[in-house]
Design a protein around this ligand. Sequence first.
Ligand code: NAG
Ligand code: NAG
Ligand code: NAG
Ligand code: NAG
Ligand code: NAG
Ligand code: NAG
Ligand code: NAG
Ligand code: NAG
Ligand code: NAG
Ligand code: NAG
Length: 371
Amino acid sequence: MLSKCSTSMKIVTLVLVMITVLLNFVVYDYINAVIIANQNTTGILSQSFPSSVKRYLANSVGTNDSLLRTTATEVSTTSTPSTRKSVQENDPIFVINNHRFIYKIVPKVNCSDSKLVVCVEISRANNKTRQTIRQTWGSYANVSSNNATLIFFLGSEHPSTNGSQSVQHFINKEAELYGDILQEDYVDDYKNLSLKSVSILKWVSLKCPESQFLLKVDDDMYINVPLLVQTLDDIIKSKGKYHPFIVGYSVQGSGPIRDPNSKWYAPLSAYKGNLYPRYASGVSYAMTTSAAKLLYNASLQVPVFSLEDVYVTGILADKTKVEVIHNALINIGNHEVSGCNFRNKISGHHYSASDMERIHKELYNTTIKCN
Ligand SMILES: *[C@@H]1O[C@H](CO)[C@@H](O)[C@H](O)[C@H]1NC(C)=O
Ligand SMILES: *[C@@H]1O[C@H](CO)[C@@H](O)[C@H](O)[C@H]1NC(C)=O
Ligand SMILES: *[C@@H]1O[C@H](CO)[C@@H](O)[C@H](O)[C@H]1NC(C)=O
Ligand SMILES: *[C@@H]1O[C@H](CO)[C@@H](O)[C@H](O)[C@H]1NC(C)=O
Ligand SMILES: *[C@@H]1O[C@H](CO)[C@@H](O)[C@H](O)[C@H]1NC(C)=O
Ligand SMILES: *[C@@H]1O[C@H](CO)[C@@H](O)[C@H](O)[C@H]1NC(C)=O
Ligand SMILES: *[C@@H]1O[C@H](CO)[C@@H](O)[C@H](O)[C@H]1NC(C)=O
Ligand SMILES: *[C@@H]1O[C@H](CO)[C@@H](O)[C@H](O)[C@H]1NC(C)=O
Ligand SMILES: *[C@@H]1O[C@H](CO)[C@@H](O)[C@H](O)[C@H]1NC(C)=O
Ligand SMILES: *[C@@H]1O[C@H](CO)[C@@H](O)[C@H](O)[C@H]1NC(C)=O
């Protein structure tokens, strides 16, 4: 009796698992086929989907749909044989293809047709800097006529570590209060920054489809947002409305560091070439939403590489032929903490929360004369 029961239960479970797996493949293949069929860079993932697919995509970024759950090592059914081969449990790189992590928190702010979506990559515990960014350079998004949205991108604590409850409790309260936090359930770790960047590409592509630009920025940067917007408008004026591009501090001729102790270590198994494609430094780069859609589409097919700037603005941009524009106003170095320094700069790096406060106060104080 007992064994009979467990046997039939096993069969039922097996059938259920098979149905889930099959459904998973069918839905994913269909979405991919639609993406691949649509070559219009301005319309991808938004207008041109049949409503059933739009519903699925909307669900995939709004809920905890069990179909969307995946492990980092899962390979999509549409990946090429060479992609399949490169997947190994212990490889420092892994294929994500479908960035199907669970959304623990989704933002309440509506970026659907913002002119600029400001996307800050920041660690979970850094609520102090989030507050400073909201009150300083990020306050640009708090002025409705600026037509901009500010979103902080977070990962999650490793499940095996303790103490997460209290930090998570504060994050939940903060998200409730400001509605500007997005949190997925991948482990928040420096080595996982590419997942964070793909979470930006995915959110902006699917949830801000009519937006014009996004800025990806680290949490220790000061950004002169009005000057950035003016610069983006100027590029559009010269290149045209439908030209997808990335703009940043371009790095050319750099290659993988093979020393395992380096922060930027890239084993041969992760990157075979001697040189990276030209890319934009990851501390701050902006792009058109049309570029984000192309890069997100490409990320579904390209194994993740741990250096997010090389991956997104180098490898994926190279594959999709998205132009990387160098702009000398986008600085990646540390400069004197003063407002005057930022009157003709878009960005600077390595600033504490109090540095940001001082720069901001001085930059917008019109009585201060700069020479
Ligand atoms: C999406 O990616 C696929 C595979 O890399 C490519 O063939 C297709 O042209 C891309 N579609 C768009 C709209 O970019
Ligand atoms: C691409 O899509 C946009 C938005 O749907 C549309 O306005 C534009 O005419 C399309 N371009 C082409 C070349 O089909
Ligand atoms: C997703 O599921 C997690 C864990 O089950 C839960 O804590 C969270 O609130 C859910 N998020 C949404 C957006 O429903
Ligand atoms: C976001 O704004 C757009 C246009 O401004 C609107 O169509 C859409 O319904 C809004 N979405 C939500 C979830 O409020
Ligand atoms: C905001 O910017 C978007 C993209 O440039 C534009 O389509 C929209 O009309 C703007 N909205 C407002 C209220 O200015
Ligand atoms: C946004 O602006 C409102 C007033 O318009 C203000 O009350 C609020 O504190 C501002 N938020 C931040 C984070 O500065
Ligand atoms: C987490 O806490 C549990 C119970 O409080 C304890 O058994 C476990 O060893 C802790 N794990 C770590 C990694 O500290
Ligand atoms: C920030 O989070 C810490 C816990 O990580 C908490 O002790 C502190 O009160 C929080 N600050 C604010 C302003 O919420
Ligand atoms: C990156 O995130 C994945 C998914 O949560 C996790 O399995 C992996 O351990 C993380 N990597 C690091 C280096 O933390
Ligand atoms: C602006 O700068 C002037 C001159 O340094 C200073 O006296 C004034 O207090 C500043 N105003 C504000 C609002 O910080």
